[in-house]
Design a protein around this ligand. Structure first.
Ligand code: MTE
Ligand code: MO
Length: 384
């Protein structure tokens, strides 16, 4: 069993698939802490977790005029300055289950918690590429930076993905080769000993157990770059889909969801008030500027309070424009509408480009169930 050496996981996680391991935390845990503890951070593996010996680990950087650069973990930690970035990771399939309710899609049936927020530390990819010979001349021919994982399928094919060279080398892109998560060594499930963290970019490009970096004229040829993680029209089906016709997902759209009350939970009417909590995030470093919450299915709205730190801690300073990599948690406490038997709680977020979420799923439905970001709706009964 290639999965027999997979690490142990926290029992509270909801498992979507055991081998390979795919799991998300209960939604209310997400809004309990601004920084998601690593044990609760969602886990999305396509393959068995590879066992990597940190002492003999080597990262190779290829495709630059200087030839191949090989770096040990020690090199990465000592020859490059250490940067720390708080960034939210979201799987392209987060909230896929809501698309499944409209019409069957292919993929893991994620709820609303295939998203988490952590503090990552490591070397800047930009610094490593510069050390490997990157210069302005390279930008004249190269367009992409490919990443290969050390995790393999039975045929020896490794996980792979790529990002635009521009993002990889930009000072403001904040792309990290991370060896720490939340102040500790990277856990096995999250890519020990090294992963790429591409802030603002879909989870799939944040390659774990990183073995190789290739600067190239081409995108990664991997299945996950070419024939997966792309969006299509609701009218496209498996007979007509042409994966070459759509770009690979990189930056993700604006997103938000209600983490508590849970769908179907009963609210105590004697309390007279209800507190609604959730998360909001946008891709590409766009900052969430507002979250609107409704208790009556969208007839009336209130503006939620946003926060960027754990309760009792100083809020993180506002990020420079275009570098809002981390989510905001939000909260609203509102009087229970008189005589309502049921609440239909709805949330929708707005980012600083005034991008907003679509109100329903059908117009954004797609056969892979990715980019599911409609207004999130939760029904909750009121106890008399
Ligand atoms: N990297 C490797 N090597 N193998 C993988 O299966 N999964 C990707 C990405 N990086 C994956 C990978 C996907 S689809 C996502 S959403 C994120 O890792 C999940 O990261 P996490 O498990 O740390 O939450
Ligand atoms: Mo993903």
């Amino acid at each position: 069993d290639p999965y027999s050496s997979d690490p142990e996981r926290h029992p509270v996680l909801h498992i979507n698939n055991l081998k390979p391991f795919n799991a998300e935390p209960p939604p209310e845990i997400l809004s309990d802490s601004y920084i998601t503890p690593s044990a609760f951070f969602f886990k999305r593996n396509h393959l068995p977790v590879p066992k990597v010996d940190p002492a003999s680990y080597q990262l190779s950087v290829e495709g630059l005029p200087g030839g191949v650069l090989t770096l040990s973990l020690e090199d990465l930690k000592t020859k490059f300055s250490k940067h720390t970035v708080t960034a939210t990771l979201q799987c392209a399939g987060n909230r896929r289950s809501e698309m499944n309710k409209v019409k069957q899609v292919k993929g893991l049936n994620w709820g609303i918690a295939a998203i988490s927020n952590a503090t990552w530390s490591g070397a800047k990819l930009r610094d490593v590429l510069l050390a490997a010979g990157y210069g302005p001349d390279v930008a004249k021919w190269a367009c992409h930076v490919q990443f290969e994982g050390l995790d393999k399928d039975v045929t020896g094919t490794t996980y792979g993905a790529s990002i635009p060279l521009k993002k990889a080398v930009s000072e403001e892109g904040d792309v990290l080769l991370a060896y720490e998560m939340n102040g500790e060594e990277l856990p096995a499930d999250h890519g020990f000993p090294l992963r790429v963290v591409v802030p603002g970019t879909v989870g799939a490009r944040n390659v774990k157990w990183l073995g190789k970096i290739i600067v190239s004229t081409e995108e990664s040829s991997s299945h996950w770059q070419q024939n997966d993680y792309k969006g299509f029209s609701p009218g496209t089906d498996w007979d007509t889909v042409d994966f070459k016709s759509a770009p690979a997902i990189q930056e993700l759209p604006i997103q938000s969801a209600v983490t508590t009350p849970a769908d179907g939970a009963v609210v105590d009417r004697s309390a007279e008030e209800v507190t609604v909590k959730g998360y909001a995030w946008s891709g590409g470093g766009r900052e969430v500027v507002r979250v609107d919450v409704s208790l009556d299915g969208g007839k009336t709205w209130q503006v939620a309070q946003l926060r960027t730190s754990d309760k009792g801690q100083a809020p993180e300073p506002s990020p420079p424009p275009g570098q809002a990599w981390a989510w905001k948690l939000w909260e609203v406490t509102a009087p229970l509408p008189a005589e309502a038997q049921e609440l239909e709680i709805v949330c929708k977020a707005v980012d600083n480009s005034y991008n907003m979420q679509p109100d329903t799923v059908p117009p954004i439905w797609n056969l892979r169930g990715v980019l599911s970001n409609a207004w999130h709706r939760v029904k909750s009964g009121c106890l008399a």
